[in-house]
Structures are given as C-alpha cells and as structure tokens.
Ligand binder design. Structure first.
Ligand code: HAM
Length: 422
C-alpha cells in the first residue's frame, strides 16, 4: 500500500468540518479588519528565502525542500509566507498604492523538512497577515490583537502572549557585539553549528535546539538592555496600545524568533497543550523593517504574524472545544421508487440553490433503511415522494425530531423550510 509522505496528514470527517469552520471565521474576521487577500506561489526561487528568511537560520540551512526544475533553476517550496508576500508587494509595486498601510492576509500550506512530532509537520498550514508601510507601534498592536482575537473567538482560554523587542539596526548591532563578547570565552562549550553562528550571526545561537538548555544560555545578555531611545519608545508604545485593547502580555526577553528579518517587536502566543513541549507556540511574528529593501524594494517597513493551523486544532482539542455544533442536514428526500428519482433530483437541486442543505437517496434503499440514513445524516426533515404525491403535486414532510407529518404543495416547500429550519 502506498502511504502518505512522513510529516503530512489527510483531512476528512470531523477534522474537515472544523477546518472549514475556522477558515470561514478567518475570512470574515479579515473583512472586519479590512485586510486584503493575497496568494503567492507554493514555490519561489531559492534565493528569495536565503535573502528573506536568512541564510544562517535553521529553516534555510536544514529544513527547506529545494529542487532544480527542468530548466535547471534552483527552486524552494515555501517554508513560510512572509518572504513570498513581500516579494509580491515589491514585484507588483503595491508600495505605490495611494492607500497606506497595505494590509494583507494569506492562508495555505508551507513546507519544512523537520523531524515530525506532535505539532510539527513537514506540510502544515499557516494563516498570516503582513502589513506594509507604517512605523506606528499601533499596527504592531493590531497584528498581535488579530492573533489574540482569533483564539478568543474560537474559545481558547489558556493562552499566553509573550512580547519582546529586538530594536532597530543600531540597537541590534550593539546587542550583537555584546553577545559575541559574552559567548567568546565559552565557545568550546557550544555545539559545532553554534561555533559557526558565532561568526556569522550570533543571535541565532539563542534559538539553537541543541544548546538551548545550557546554563550559559540562561545568563546571556538580553535585547531589551541594548535598545536605543527610539527603540525603547517604540516598545513602550506597543505596550500602551496592547493595554488599550485589553490584551494581557508578558515581556519575555528570551523571545528572539528563528527568522532573521525581525527588528523591534517580536511576539509569540503560547498555549498549554499536553505533551507538546516547544510546539506549544501557536503563532509568532513581529516587525521586519529591512526586509522589503533586502528583497529589492524601497525603504518601507513591515509587520506581521503567522499561526499554524495544526497547533490551533491541537489546542482546541486539548481544551475540549468542539466548534461543530450544528452540522445537521436540512432535508433528506426519499423517492418511493426509481420512477420518482428524476423529480426528487430536480427538487433537491432547487432546494440547494435556495440555500437548504439537501441530500437524497441514490442507492434505491427501502423505506426503513432510508429513515436510518436520514438519522445518520442528522436530517431535520425527511420528505417522501411517491407516485401519488407526483400526481397531486404534493409532498409528505416529516419533522425528524418531533415526528410530526405534513402534506404540502411541492411549490410551497421553500416557504415551509424557511419557516421551519432555523
Ligand atoms: P514561524 O514562527 O516560523 O514564523 O511560524 C509561525 C507558526 O507556524 C508557528 O508558531 C507554528 O504554529 C507554525 N509552524 C511552524 N513550523 C511548523 C511545523 N513544522 N509544523 C506545524 N506548524 C508549524 C513564521 O513563519 C513567520 N513567517 C511569521 C511572520 C509573519 N512574521 C512576520 N510575519
């Protein structure tokens, strides 16, 4: 038997219904926030991620799915959405739009060649937002509030918002120097990768999966101590705006994020999912003021976040939240024999186009098994059409809850369902 690739999963049944529910909620929410839908390719030229995400990050050095296409070009399946959306923003010159900031959202599969475990897949779905063109910390707060409100709307209780600031280029440079001074005498205690990171990008030492629990990591200098005046003010403003939105947060100087593009605000929202360890991070994001220029665009700033669908589903499960309360069918129509199937078929079409979830018997079942099928489908109403009904242009409808029966004109069925289906 051919099996699915490691780190992937199939969707069907209840999980499919829950995912569709979440997708609808996200779409509606984005309309309320006035964000615009973007879709970019699943693969991009590899260089985009080297420049965007960072060539020393774990994502780019160890986790990308890289391939050569038949024209011998280096391509990569996207490991995240920010680089692609930013490329699109630059390539389509959307920065020239009169209306700023440009607020975007996206949703789709991402690919990382990671060791599969609970909450960690090789193909996973991200919903994310990216906002271009504003320096104001109010936009950072709005982005964080979108993440928090999604979890609130879905009913999750045990979430924790961690925020930190990496500061602007000057602050980051000062911090980088301090980190190097700190780690230099301890270099021989670090893993081989970290020794490389020390020269190329010392910040990456802090999210090393091998060294993370060592004492030396715990005592490392934190970004907050190296913020210059502008960066400090930006971080204070962020906290002020979050408070105005009633969002509880923790300033956690250990949050540095695993992608290179961040400046100023970084944040992560955690849940407490049993046995999930570091995969408890439901979403993460922050500000990336240099990325658009790095990708070849003008000097415009950006901020965004992305949440993982799979971890959200796991968090809902661990808090016993069932989103699918009403997945009842409105009506199940039974033809008494094959002679009435044509009529039943066209009636079902008519009802579906008028907004009623409708199903019929395609299997030529007897009446008893048809009633059982209607129960399995949790149908609110059962309708029967036989020779007699067709002759008199009537239909017999039974309320499957109260068991009351009605005989009505076939032409009146929409009115009947309008009044009786809520
Ligand atoms: P990230 O922290 O790498 O950030 O990923 C964001 C979220 O995607 C994670 O919090 C997690 O829920 C989910 N995720 C990541 N990797 C996996 C995996 N292997 N399996 C399942 N879920 C996963 C980014 O991707 C940035 N682009 C976020 C961002 C947007 N920053 C600014 N704008």
């Amino acid at each position: 038997m051919i099996q699915k690739p490691k780190g992937t999963y199939d969707v069907f049944g209840e999980k499919g219904k829950t995912i569709l529910y979440i997708e609808e909620l996200l779409k509606a929410l984005m309309k309320q926030y006035n964000y615009e839908y973007f879709r970019t390719p699943l693969f991009e030229v590899s260089e985009l991620f080297h420049r965007g995400v960072g060539s020393t990050t774990d994502i780019v050095t160890k986790e990308t799915y890289d391939f050569k296409d038949r024209g011998n070009r280096d391509m990569t399946l996207r490991p995240e959405g920010t680089a692609g959306i930013t490329r699109s923003f630059v390539e389509n010159k959307i920065y020239g739009n009169a209306s700023q900031p440009v607020k975007t959202w996206y949703y789709g599969p991402m690919y990382r060649y990671e060791r599969p475990q609970s909450g960690r897949f090789r193909e996973f779905y991200q919903f994310g937002v990216e906002v271009f063109g504003s320096d104001s910390a109010s936009i950072d707060a709005e982005v964080i509030s979108i993440a928090v409100n999604i979890y609130r709307l879905l009913g999750l209780k045990g979430i924790k918002v961690n925020i930190n600031s990496l500061g602007d280029t000057e602050s980051r440079d000062n911090y980088r120097k301090a980190l190097k001074e700190y780690f230099r005498p301890h270099l021989n205690t670090l893993c081989e990768d970290c020794k490389q990171r020390f020269d190329k990008n010392p910040l990456r030492i802090l999210d090393c999966k091998i060294d993370s629990n060592k004492e030396i990591m715990k005592q490392a200098p934190t970004t907050i101590d190296y913020l210059n005046e502008y960066s400090k003010k930006h971080f204070e403003d962020l906290q002020k705006y979050l408070k105005s939105l009633n969002i509880e947060f923790i300033v956690n100087p250990k949050i540095v994020r695993g992608l290179d593009y961040y400046t100023h605000t970084v944040f992560e929202v955690e849940a407490s999912i049993k046995d999930f360890g570091s995969q408890n991070v439901l979403c993460g994001g922050g500000r990336y003021n240099g990325l658009i220029e790095q990708i070849g665009g003008p000097s415009i700033n950006g901020v965004g976040f992305a949440l993982g669908l799979e971890r959200l589903l796991a968090a809902l499960e661990s808090e016993n939240i069932n989103l699918i309360k009403d997945d009842n069918l409105d009506i199940y129509i039974i033809p008494m024999s094959e002679n009435e199937l044509e009529k039943v078929f066209s009636l079902a079409n008519h009802l579906r186009l008028n907004g009623f979830s409708t199903d019929i018997d395609y299997m030529n079942r007897n009446l008893k098994s048809n009633f059982k099928q209607a129960d399995r489908l949790k149908s609110k109403f059962i309708a029967i059409i036989g020779e007699e009904e067709i002759k008199n242009n009537k239909i017999t409808i039974k309320n499957n809850n109260t068991k009351e029966e009605y005989k009505i004109d076939i032409d009146k069925i929409i009115d009947f369902l309008d009044q009786n289906c809520n």
